[in-house]
Ligand binder design. Structure first.
Ligand SMILES: [Zn+2]
Length: 145
């Protein structure tokens, strides 16, 4: 039993040192990797139910691209890709939050976009024509509720 334990620990140690050697100087895992992995899992689950012709190929390409990113030595390029991903993720999250807020406050407020600076404005839900002053760009515009 002790012998088995010894070999188990030795195997774990060897595997972890092998991983360290493999990943030395490599880019590794980031947010974009995690996102792509969930997309790959999602696509694999879809393929259980449907068998679209090119989805398998697309999933395989995505898988190899994800692995390529992990083992890449060009940290700068991978970091840039991750930053682009994070930028879109932030935009998507803030859009989701805005939709949630619009829904929660739909009775008291209306949400309009400033035609000048595209800022989202929350306006009290009072029927009629109003002149609204944008707090960001200070321009006035008419709103009909
Ligand atoms: Zn504005």
């Amino acid at each position: 039993m002790d012998n088995l334990k010894y070999y188990w620990h030795k195997l774990k140690y060897n595997l972890s040192s092998l991983m360290h050697k493999l990943l030395a100087g490599r880019y590794g895992i980031d947010h974009f990797y995690r996102f792509l992995t969930s997309v790959i899992y999602f696509l694999l689950i879809i393929q259980i139910f449907f068998r679209p012709k090119y989805l398998y190929l697309f999933t395989t390409i995505l898988l190899f691209y994800n692995m390529y990113r992990v083992f890449s030595k060009n940290h700068q390029a991978r970091h840039k890709e991750n930053q682009i991903y994070l930028k879109y993720q932030r935009k998507f999250k803030s859009w989701i939050n805005l939709q949630k807020r619009k829904f929660e406050e739909r009775k008291e407020y209306r949400f309009k976009v400033c035609p000048n600076c595209k800022q989202n404005l929350r306006i009290k839900n009072i029927k009629g024509k109003h002149t609204v002053s944008c707090p960001k760009c200070k321009k006035d515009f008419d709103v009909k509720i």
